[in-house]
Design a protein. Structure first.
Length: 265
């Protein structure tokens, strides 16, 4: 592999020339993106810039108007083939994070296990769900509670436990720390780093949280004008000449986050 540097970093998600539009509203046009194996990639961009739509497209939930999307070596822009396996290898926490409100946390975590392993015994499935609940730092007792009985931070962890229920290698998170207080958000970030390390995850992380970007992301991709304006390590992205990028990375909040992130690492 000495003479093939482009092969030494493997892309687990490869998006090329993506176009998404709703009616006459063009959300993405000529969008290219790579997610590399083992990284935590932060996705940032203004509100309505198309971050969530991009995630849904990569998950195969929305066929694009044009372009190609490859996930773990499989084309997913061309129809439903192979989706089920891909789904097992992929965990998702959506922006609204919706757990089933009438099911306990443990039952929520059991849903994808049942779906992917229908023949598994009830007792094994229950034990597995309990294990996932512990893995995300929730007390065992949280498993018996309804989502409405948990704090916001605990609900996010429960959503993460469900996303990790069937041991995916690729994790998609849409604004997981939105609505959490700074301490809860920092604890969630720390959990992500620990799990990435322990489970060998690759993480696609949509966030507007500058602290998160500086604390845990290996690379950052900025969405704007319908495409990825720039992607790379933060030190490179910060310098990119674009109004939104400059305002975002050089405002007062960015300065504080940068200092905290560097102090912490
Ligand atoms: N189902 C939909 N129907 C019509 N427009 C949509 C739909 N989903 C998203 N959009 C539009 O696409 C754009 C990008 O949305 P989104 O990806 O949710 O933005 P964000 O970057 O804030 O996550 C917005 O203008 C939004 O109004
Ligand atoms: Mg969104």
């Amino acid at each position: 592999m000495v003479n093939a540097p482009e092969q030494s970093v493997q892309s687990v998600v490869k998006v090329r020339g993506l176009r998404n539009q709703f009616g006459s509203t063009v959300v993405h046009q000529g969008l290219d993106l790579d997610v590399r194996r083992g990284e935590i990639l932060g996705i940032v961009g203004g509100s309505g810039s198309g971050k969530s739509v991009l995630m849904r497209a990569i998950l195969g939930l929305r066929p694009p108007q044009a372009g190609t999307i490859e996930v773990l070596g499989e084309r997913i822009d061309q129809g439903a083939s192979g989706r089920s396996l891909l789904r097992r290898r992929t965990g998702v926490l959506f922006q609204d994070g919706a757990l089933f409100s009438s099911l306990t946390v443990r039952e929520n975590v059991e849903v994808p296990i049942k779906q992917h392993y229908p023949a598994m015994s009830d007792s094994l499935r229950r034990d597995l769900a309990r294990l996932k609940i512990r893995m995300v730092g929730l007390p065992v007792a949280a498993g018996a509670k309804l989502p409405s009985e948990l704090s916001g931070g605990m609900r996010k962890r429960a959503g993460l436990a469900r996303a990790l229920a069937v041991d995916p290698e690729l994790l998609f998170l849409d604004e997981p720390t939105a609505g959490l207080d700074p301490i809860g958000a920092a604890a969630f970030d720390e959990l992500l780093v620990t799990l990435r390390q322990a489970l060998g995850l690759t993480v696609f992380l949509i966030t507007h949280d500058l602290d998160t970007l500086y604390a845990i992301c290996d690379r950052v991709a900025v969405i704007g004008d319908g495409r990825i304006l720039v992607s790379g390590p933060l030190s490179e992205v910060e310098d990119f000449e674009h109004e939104w990028v400059q305002n975002y990375f050089h405002g007062p909040r960015a300065r504080a986050a940068r200092q905290a992130g560097r102090a912490g690492s």
